[in-house]
Design a protein around this ligand. Structure first.
Ligand code: IPD
Ligand code: CA
Ligand code: CA
Length: 264
């Protein structure tokens, strides 16, 4: 695969899709719920995914597409070239705030992330990476993440997990909240990953993410030295949902060892 050619093409269609989404605010948005009342999808999520599928298939007919809205083929293996796409990450922000939502795409070859993109649609900011070459924020190269102490860290986490729940020991998370410099919750996994790779956050923890939430972000993470795993510290399986942590490499293991205890 000609990586440079695919990279240029990916950037072009991401920017085109971004413009279509911005323009969509001037006409009707149809909002529906999916797995629960807080899991939203709109006609624009679906139309954007179809836009990507049509563009990619017309240029690269043998590439396969794993999209959140399932508008393409069923993907059950990561053999060959697979585009992992979330057409809008942060749909609740899209609907309610008209900002803080991302297009995010990872291009994988035989299960290895080669290209990664996170595009802040309203700011028109692009975070991207080419595996083994580097990562950029718009035209500026991203540097490797720097050492830091846990007391200096700002962590992305949803407040739900700091309350009693059946999935993670909230007492340990309370201790984490007391230890770190601050916590944030932005409502878009891709945005929180973009913040970790640029040092605006030092970690982001989630109990439940899908491949399309993190596919692009993990490629960028590798280039800046951020560590992305599930909460057992193992490789995230890109064909299923899992827990997720991405962190500055100087605090990733400490977070797992001292502050994260999954309740089975
Ligand atoms: C969601 C967002 C949210 C995360 C959810 C995701 P969506 O993606 O990334 O921040 O907490 O788990 O499903 O549904 O807006 O694409
Ligand atoms: Ca998502
Ligand atoms: Ca989505």
């Amino acid at each position: 695969m000609d990586i440079q050619r695919v990279d240029l093409f990916a950037k072009q269609i991401i920017k085109e899709a971004g413009k279509k989404i911005r323009d969509s605010f001037s006409y009707d948005l149809r909002v529906e719920t999916k797995s629960n009342a807080n899991d939203l999808v709109t006609n624009i999520d679906r139309e954007t995914e179809i836009f990507f599928i049509e563009k990619i298939k017309s240029k690269f007919p043998d590439h396969r597409i794993l999209g959140e809205e399932g508008m393409g083929e069923k993907v059950t293996s990561l053999e060959g070239v697979v585009w992992i796409i979330d057409p809008i990450d942060g749909t609740m922000n899209f609907v309610k705030q008209h900002r803080h939502f991302m297009i995010t795409i990872g291009v994988f070859i035989d299960g290895v992330g080669k290209l990664g993109y996170i595009f802040d649609v309203m700011r028109e900011d692009l975070f991207y990476a080419i595996e083994g070459v580097g990562a950029w924020y718009n035209d500026s190269p991203l540097r490797k993440l720097q050492p830091l102490k846990i007391e200096e860290a700002v962590i992305g986490i949803n407040a739900n997990w700091i309350t009693p729940n059946g999935k993670i020991n909230h007492e340990k998370l309370i201790e984490l909240v007391r230890t770190v410099r601050g916590t944030r919750s932005y409502g878009s996994a891709a945005m929180e990953i973009a913040f970790v790779v640029t040092g605006k956050l030092d970690a982001y923890i989630s109990m439940h993410l899908a491949p399309w939430d993190i596919g692009g972000g993990t490629v960028i993470a590798k280039e800046v030295g951020a560590i992305a795993t599930n909460l057992e510290g193992k490789y995230f399986d890109f064909l299923s949902t899992d827990t997720f942590i991405i962190a500055n490499p100087y605090i990733h293991q400490l977070l797992l060892d001292q502050y994260i205890e999954e309740l089975k």
